[in-house]
Design a protein around this ligand. Structure first.
Ligand code: ADP
Ligand code: MG
Length: 227
């Protein structure tokens, strides 16, 4: 599903060029559940942004489901994001003035889904994450774990084949973190490819494979569950 070949990424700060990703080669198969670990500042989020088509590599090729997206323009990348990828972030990124239901409906508005179908699919996604009784709540009236479940419902409502989560449990206590990871496992068992960034080993254990990033390079890739 994901094939990164010799991916490099650098940022220009003033006149200084800093190399953040140095020759990343990585293949993730359809249906895998992968954890990305590594020290703070090692380039994990930069890598996730490239995988998620939120940013482009400085050089190298990125094949997503066989298409070389490294040369796509912004509009083409936005289309790939909307149609094929769900995103979950550490700080949930819910809109505070919208109810859980409306937050989940939002990606479908961009996708041009009819009002009635939007409602049905948002209800279904919220039921799936166990929040049928919280649909009309505003984010502020929800716990951290519940907010993250709303974010997961929003991420899956367009039925993406790939879900990317950058430190999804970073703002949650251990018990809640584990229940969120159970939710990702369940999605993975239904066939969704999942990539999760975490710095907690017990969170990475939910994945089938852990990739270690250090200084913008993949240091090791080890199997947890013997796929
Ligand atoms: P991690 O997620 O592993 O903590 P990041 O990918 O966020 O690491 O960042 C890696 C390095 O790249 C850091 O030194 C960070 O300051 C730098 N960096 C990330 N994004 C940008 C950007 N947009 N502009 C300049 N530097 C950036
Ligand atoms: Mg990060």
């Amino acid at each position: 599903m994901i094939q990164l070949q010799s991916i490099k990424k650098s940022f220009l700060i003033g006149k200084e060029k800093i190399n953040v990703l140095n020759d990343i080669n990585l293949t993730i198969e359809d249906g895998e559940f992968v954890a990305i670990m590594g020290p703070s500042g090692s380039g994990k989020s930069t890598l996730m942004n490239i995988i998620g088509c939120l940013d482009k590599p400085s050089s190298g090729n990125y094949f997503l489901e066989g298409d070389d997206v490294s040369n796509y323009n912004d509009k083409e990348l936005a289309k790939v994001r909307n149609e094929s990828i769900g995103f979950v972030f550490q700080q949930f990124h819910l809109l505070p003035r919208l109810t859980a239901l409306k937050n989940v409906e939002l990606p479908m508005i961009y996708a041009g889904v009819s009002k009635q179908e939007r409602r049905e699919r948002a209800v279904e996604a919220l039921e799936k994450v166990g929040l049928s009784d919280r649909m009309d709540h505003l984010p502020n009236a929800l716990s951290g774990g519940q907010k993250q479940r709303v974010a997961i419902a929003r991420a899956i409502v367009n039925k993406p084949k790939l879900v990317l989560a950058d430190e999804p449990t970073g703002a949650l206590d251990t018990k809640t973190s584990k229940s969120i990871m159970e939710q990702f496992r369940e999605l993975n068992e239904e066939g969704v490819t999942i990539v999760v960034v975490t710095h907690e080993p017990e969170i990475a254990e939910y994945a089938d494979r852990t990739i270690m990033v250090r200084d913008g390079m993949i240091q090791s890739s080890r199997f947890e569950r013997g796929l």
